[in-house]
Design a protein around this ligand. Structure first.
Ligand SMILES: [Fe+2]
Ligand SMILES: [Fe+2]
Length: 292
């Protein structure tokens, strides 16, 4: 095979560079930052002082809440599969590949965090003698294989969904940490909340980048997610509503508070999108927050 001369090589180099779209480069920058921050705050199960547990401080509601949280976090195999399918790296055009490849770097780190949350809560149930290990694992296995579905395909909608979900989870853990008396659980909730806050941070960059790239048209996707948003596993887990109501009673949590963060983020684009569009979004946020 004839070797390319320097001119051909540099042209090939140039066209390869032209082929990497700005969206992939922006994704790369924000993912790099998220991965770096995660590395700076790394923790694992052995950093937790499991001997601190004071199971007598747990109320019946606390036990229900912990079981509920464990189910939700332990669904990580499904969540990861879903996101890998939604952002494929095979049989796609170069621009899609380049973006999805960068996002993949975040996904594996995020999946590791969520896996750790599931493992920590599972171990907590056993340590606090809520149930023995075999029972907890059997309960988790009965729910873990149940499919759930997210009705979104477009990256902006998926980022927006994850933005709301991570924020709602972070707020929930922070609020619960303030009311729970059991010291080990309080400790764990602080670690979980900090991880969720970092996940949220990445999505706030990804949503902002999408808004900047797509422009006002992007608001259709944002509104679609706001009007259809559900927390993970809604309607999938056995006894979801019974457990969810206990959570609301115990923690006073309302996941729609996370919508305010989305309104504020879109508000940063008022100059670009025009005030009426942003006002319209806030009206939708208040409407869905008022819904029973
Ligand atoms: Fe989590
Ligand atoms: Fe998370």
């Amino acid at each position: 095979m004839e070797r390319e001369g320097p001119a051909e090589e540099s042209r090939a180099e140039e066209s390869r560079a032209e082929g990497v779209p700005p969206e992939a480069l922006e994704t790369r920058r924000v993912v790099e930052q998220a991965v770096r921050r995660s590395g700076q705050h790394r923790w694992d199960l052995e950093d937790v002082n499991w001997d601190r547990v004071r199971a007598e401080e747990l109320t019946e509601d606390d036990r229900t809440v912990v079981r509920f949280l464990t189910y939700i976090e332990d669904h990580i195999p499904w969540y990861l599969n879903f996101f890998l399918d939604a952002f494929p790296t095979t049989d796609v055009d170069l621009a899609t590949y380049a973006r999805n490849r960068e996002y993949f770097r975040f996904l594996v780190m995020w999946a590791n965090d969520e896996e750790k949350h599931a493992a920590a809560l599972t171990r907590y149930q056993v340590t606090a003698e809520m149930a023995d290990e075999a029972t907890v694992l059997r309960q988790l296995a009965a729910e873990g294989g149940k499919p759930w579905d997210l009705p979104y395909e477009h990256p902006l909608e998926l980022y927006t969904y994850a933005f709301l979900q991570e924020k709602a989870t972070q707020l929930f853990y922070q609020r619960y940490q303030r009311v729970v008396r059991e010291p080990l659980l309080r400790d764990l909730l602080g670690k979980l909340a900090a991880d969720e806050a970092r996940h949220f941070g990445l999505y706030s960059h990804l949503v902002a980048n999408s808004l900047a790239t797509v422009g006002p048209r992007a608001l259709d996707g944002v509104k679609n997610v706001l009007s259809t948003f559900e927390m993970p596993l809604n309607g999938v887990l056995d006894g979801y509503w019974r457990m969810a109501l206990r959570v609301v009673d115990r923690v006073g949590h309302d996941h729609t508070e996370a919508y305010d963060s989305l309104g504020r983020l879109v508000g940063r684009f008022s100059d670009q999108f025009g005030t009426p569009d942003v006002d319209d979004l806030w009206r939708l946020i208040r409407d869905v927050q008022r819904m029973p």
